[in-house]
Design a protein around this ligand. Structure first.
Ligand code: NI
Length: 256
Protein backbone atom coordinates (compact mmCIF):
# COMPACT_ATOMS: atom_id res chain seq x y z
CA UNK A 1 0.00 0.00 0.00
CA UNK A 2 1.10 3.60 -0.62
CA UNK A 3 -0.20 7.14 -0.10
CA UNK A 4 -1.14 6.45 3.50
CA UNK A 5 -1.94 9.81 5.10
CA UNK A 6 -2.54 9.86 8.85
CA UNK A 7 -4.50 13.04 9.59
CA UNK A 8 -4.34 12.67 13.39
CA UNK A 9 -1.49 11.19 15.44
CA UNK A 10 0.29 11.70 18.76
CA UNK A 11 3.84 10.48 18.13
CA UNK A 12 5.20 12.52 21.03
CA UNK A 13 3.31 10.18 23.38
CA UNK A 14 5.63 8.33 25.77
CA UNK A 15 4.44 4.97 24.39
CA UNK A 16 6.71 5.69 21.40
CA UNK A 17 9.79 6.47 23.51
CA UNK A 18 11.42 3.02 23.09
CA UNK A 19 11.47 3.04 19.26
CA UNK A 20 10.31 6.43 17.95
CA UNK A 21 13.37 7.11 15.80
CA UNK A 22 13.30 3.68 14.18
CA UNK A 23 9.55 3.79 13.55
CA UNK A 24 9.36 7.33 12.18
CA UNK A 25 12.74 7.31 10.43
CA UNK A 26 12.32 4.03 8.56
CA UNK A 27 9.34 1.90 9.61
CA UNK A 28 6.50 4.16 8.56
CA UNK A 29 7.97 5.39 5.24
CA UNK A 30 8.76 1.77 4.29
CA UNK A 31 5.16 0.81 5.05
CA UNK A 32 3.89 3.44 2.59
CA UNK A 33 3.08 6.24 5.00
CA UNK A 34 3.37 9.45 3.00
CA UNK A 35 2.05 12.02 5.46
CA UNK A 36 1.29 12.51 9.15
CA UNK A 37 -0.26 15.46 10.98
CA UNK A 38 0.81 15.30 14.62
CA UNK A 39 -1.59 16.82 17.14
CA UNK A 40 -0.77 18.93 20.16
CA UNK A 41 -2.89 18.71 23.31
CA UNK A 42 -1.22 21.30 25.57
CA UNK A 43 1.55 23.90 25.37
CA UNK A 44 4.33 21.36 25.94
CA UNK A 45 3.13 19.18 23.06
CA UNK A 46 2.94 22.19 20.73
CA UNK A 47 6.73 22.24 21.10
CA UNK A 48 7.25 18.46 20.71
CA UNK A 49 4.90 18.43 17.72
CA UNK A 50 6.87 21.20 16.06
CA UNK A 51 10.12 19.33 16.74
CA UNK A 52 8.74 16.25 14.94
CA UNK A 53 7.88 18.37 11.89
CA UNK A 54 11.49 19.61 11.81
CA UNK A 55 12.92 16.10 12.04
CA UNK A 56 10.77 14.27 9.47
CA UNK A 57 9.94 15.55 5.98
CA UNK A 58 6.56 13.84 5.87
CA UNK A 59 5.37 15.31 9.19
CA UNK A 60 3.15 18.35 9.68
CA UNK A 61 1.78 19.66 12.96
CA UNK A 62 -1.23 21.13 14.70
CA UNK A 63 -1.02 23.41 17.74
CA UNK A 64 -3.84 23.85 20.23
CA UNK A 65 -5.27 23.03 23.64
CA UNK A 66 -7.31 19.84 24.12
CA UNK A 67 -10.46 20.25 26.28
CA UNK A 68 -9.04 17.99 28.99
CA UNK A 69 -6.00 20.30 29.27
CA UNK A 70 -7.94 23.57 29.33
CA UNK A 71 -8.21 24.14 33.07
CA UNK A 72 -4.84 25.42 34.25
CA UNK A 73 -3.37 27.54 31.48
CA UNK A 74 -1.04 30.53 31.78
CA UNK A 75 -2.62 33.90 31.02
CA UNK A 76 -0.86 34.20 27.66
CA UNK A 77 -1.76 30.70 26.43
CA UNK A 78 -3.56 31.90 23.33
CA UNK A 79 -0.65 34.02 22.13
CA UNK A 80 1.68 31.07 22.79
CA UNK A 81 -0.52 28.83 20.60
CA UNK A 82 -0.56 31.55 17.96
CA UNK A 83 3.25 31.68 18.09
CA UNK A 84 3.51 27.97 17.27
CA UNK A 85 0.98 28.32 14.46
CA UNK A 86 3.10 30.97 12.75
CA UNK A 87 5.93 28.47 12.30
CA UNK A 88 6.44 26.59 9.03
CA UNK A 89 4.77 23.15 8.73
CA UNK A 90 2.22 23.97 11.45
CA UNK A 91 -0.96 23.55 9.42
CA UNK A 92 -3.95 23.40 11.79
CA UNK A 93 -5.38 24.36 15.17
CA UNK A 94 -5.75 21.12 17.09
CA UNK A 95 -6.72 19.21 18.76
CA UNK A 96 -9.47 21.36 20.21
CA UNK A 97 -13.09 20.75 21.17
CA UNK A 98 -15.36 19.58 23.95
CA UNK A 99 -15.20 16.45 26.10
CA UNK A 100 -18.10 15.98 28.48
CA UNK A 101 -16.99 12.47 29.43
CA UNK A 102 -14.11 13.78 31.57
CA UNK A 103 -15.66 16.81 33.26
CA UNK A 104 -13.40 16.30 36.29
CA UNK A 105 -10.47 17.27 34.08
CA UNK A 106 -12.07 20.60 33.16
CA UNK A 107 -15.52 22.11 33.73
CA UNK A 108 -17.83 22.64 30.73
CA UNK A 109 -17.80 26.44 30.82
CA UNK A 110 -14.00 26.58 30.72
CA UNK A 111 -13.85 24.03 27.88
CA UNK A 112 -16.30 26.13 25.89
CA UNK A 113 -14.37 29.34 26.48
CA UNK A 114 -11.08 27.80 25.34
CA UNK A 115 -12.74 26.13 22.30
CA UNK A 116 -14.44 29.40 21.32
CA UNK A 117 -11.19 31.38 21.46
CA UNK A 118 -9.29 28.81 19.40
CA UNK A 119 -12.00 28.70 16.73
CA UNK A 120 -11.74 32.46 16.46
CA UNK A 121 -7.94 32.23 16.22
CA UNK A 122 -8.16 29.61 13.45
CA UNK A 123 -10.39 31.84 11.36
CA UNK A 124 -8.12 34.84 11.93
CA UNK A 125 -5.12 32.81 10.71
CA UNK A 126 -7.14 31.08 7.92
CA UNK A 127 -6.18 27.67 9.31
CA UNK A 128 -8.34 24.54 9.56
CA UNK A 129 -9.32 23.10 12.94
CA UNK A 130 -9.10 19.49 14.16
CA UNK A 131 -12.06 18.97 16.47
CA UNK A 132 -12.48 16.49 19.32
CA UNK A 133 -16.11 15.90 20.34
CA UNK A 134 -16.87 13.38 23.04
CA UNK A 135 -20.43 13.20 24.34
CA UNK A 136 -20.88 16.85 23.37
CA UNK A 137 -22.38 16.70 19.85
CA UNK A 138 -24.99 19.47 20.28
CA UNK A 139 -22.66 22.04 21.86
CA UNK A 140 -19.80 21.22 19.46
CA UNK A 141 -22.11 21.79 16.50
CA UNK A 142 -23.35 25.06 18.01
CA UNK A 143 -19.80 26.43 18.21
CA UNK A 144 -19.01 25.22 14.69
CA UNK A 145 -22.15 26.93 13.38
CA UNK A 146 -21.12 30.12 15.15
CA UNK A 147 -17.59 30.25 13.68
CA UNK A 148 -17.93 28.27 10.42
CA UNK A 149 -14.25 27.17 10.36
CA UNK A 150 -12.63 24.86 7.82
CA UNK A 151 -11.66 21.59 9.45
CA UNK A 152 -12.31 18.01 10.42
CA UNK A 153 -14.34 16.25 13.11
CA UNK A 154 -11.82 13.67 14.21
CA UNK A 155 -12.64 10.10 15.31
CA UNK A 156 -16.21 10.83 14.36
CA UNK A 157 -18.57 8.99 16.70
CA UNK A 158 -21.94 10.60 15.91
CA UNK A 159 -24.83 9.22 13.91
CA UNK A 160 -25.24 9.67 10.15
CA UNK A 161 -27.82 12.37 10.97
CA UNK A 162 -25.18 14.34 12.89
CA UNK A 163 -22.64 13.66 10.14
CA UNK A 164 -24.96 15.28 7.60
CA UNK A 165 -24.99 18.47 9.70
CA UNK A 166 -21.20 18.42 9.93
CA UNK A 167 -20.92 17.94 6.16
CA UNK A 168 -23.45 20.73 5.64
CA UNK A 169 -21.04 23.09 7.40
CA UNK A 170 -18.38 22.16 4.83
CA UNK A 171 -16.34 20.11 7.31
CA UNK A 172 -14.51 16.83 6.80
CA UNK A 173 -15.02 13.61 8.77
CA UNK A 174 -12.08 11.65 10.21
CA UNK A 175 -12.39 7.88 10.65
CA UNK A 176 -9.95 5.44 12.19
CA UNK A 177 -9.70 2.08 13.92
CA UNK A 178 -13.20 2.33 15.38
CA UNK A 179 -14.82 1.43 12.04
CA UNK A 180 -13.27 -2.04 12.35
CA UNK A 181 -14.69 -2.69 15.84
CA UNK A 182 -17.48 -5.24 16.12
CA UNK A 183 -19.86 -2.86 17.94
CA UNK A 184 -19.26 0.06 15.54
CA UNK A 185 -22.75 0.79 14.27
CA UNK A 186 -22.52 4.58 13.87
CA UNK A 187 -19.01 4.76 12.37
CA UNK A 188 -19.91 2.01 9.87
CA UNK A 189 -23.03 3.88 8.79
CA UNK A 190 -20.96 7.05 8.37
CA UNK A 191 -18.22 5.18 6.46
CA UNK A 192 -20.83 3.84 4.04
CA UNK A 193 -22.42 7.20 3.34
CA UNK A 194 -19.85 9.97 3.68
CA UNK A 195 -19.01 11.61 0.33
CA UNK A 196 -15.52 10.38 -0.55
CA UNK A 197 -14.16 13.88 -1.04
CA UNK A 198 -14.89 14.68 2.63
CA UNK A 199 -13.28 11.66 4.26
CA UNK A 200 -9.94 11.63 6.11
CA UNK A 201 -8.23 8.61 7.65
CA UNK A 202 -6.49 8.77 11.01
CA UNK A 203 -5.01 6.69 13.78
CA UNK A 204 -5.24 8.85 16.95
CA UNK A 205 -2.22 6.71 17.81
CA UNK A 206 -1.04 5.36 20.18
CA UNK A 207 -4.76 4.68 20.78
CA UNK A 208 -7.60 3.18 18.71
CA UNK A 209 -5.71 0.39 16.93
CA UNK A 210 -7.90 -1.37 14.35
CA UNK A 211 -8.90 -5.04 14.58
CA UNK A 212 -6.98 -7.43 14.88
CA UNK A 213 -4.64 -5.15 16.88
CA UNK A 214 -7.39 -3.67 19.07
CA UNK A 215 -6.06 -2.68 22.51
CA UNK A 216 -2.42 -2.69 21.37
CA UNK A 217 -0.29 0.31 20.40
CA UNK A 218 -1.48 1.87 17.16
CA UNK A 219 0.62 3.52 14.45
CA UNK A 220 0.07 4.87 10.93
CA UNK A 221 1.16 1.62 9.22
CA UNK A 222 -2.15 0.07 10.41
CA UNK A 223 -4.30 2.57 8.46
CA UNK A 224 -4.62 0.14 5.49
CA UNK A 225 -6.79 -2.05 7.78
CA UNK A 226 -9.19 0.88 8.07
CA UNK A 227 -9.05 1.48 4.30
CA UNK A 228 -9.79 -2.22 3.72
CA UNK A 229 -12.86 -2.09 5.94
CA UNK A 230 -14.18 1.07 4.26
CA UNK A 231 -13.38 -0.42 0.84
CA UNK A 232 -15.32 -3.55 1.77
CA UNK A 233 -18.32 -1.46 2.91
CA UNK A 234 -18.32 0.59 -0.29
CA UNK A 235 -17.18 -2.05 -2.81
CA UNK A 236 -13.93 -0.22 -3.51
CA UNK A 237 -10.25 -1.04 -3.76
CA UNK A 238 -8.53 -0.01 -0.46
CA UNK A 239 -5.69 1.64 -2.40
CA UNK A 240 -8.24 3.91 -4.04
CA UNK A 241 -9.52 4.91 -0.56
CA UNK A 242 -5.93 5.71 0.48
CA UNK A 243 -5.29 7.76 -2.68
CA UNK A 244 -8.46 9.81 -2.29
CA UNK A 245 -8.08 10.43 1.45
CA UNK A 246 -4.49 11.58 0.96
CA UNK A 247 -5.67 14.12 -1.62
CA UNK A 248 -8.40 15.27 0.80
CA UNK A 249 -5.90 15.77 3.63
CA UNK A 250 -3.53 17.76 1.42
CA UNK A 251 -6.41 19.97 0.30
CA UNK A 252 -7.72 20.60 3.83
CA UNK A 253 -4.30 21.25 5.39
CA UNK A 254 -3.02 23.23 2.39
CA UNK A 255 -0.07 20.89 1.87
CA UNK A 256 1.45 21.16 -1.62
NI1 NI B 1 -6.18 12.76 19.42
Amino acid sequence: MRNIFDSHAHYDDSQFNPDREKLLGRGLPQAGVAGVVNMAADLASCQTTWELTQRYDYFWGAAGIHPEEARDLPEDWLSQVKGWLKKPKMVAVGEIGLDYHWLDACPKERQQEVFDQQLELANKLSLPVVVHDREAHADTLAFLRKHRPQGVLHCFSGSWETAKEVLGLGLYIGLGGVVTFKNARHPVEVAQNVPLDRLLLETDCPYMAPVPHRGKRNDSSLIPLVAEKIGELRGMDPQEILDITQENAKRLFHIG
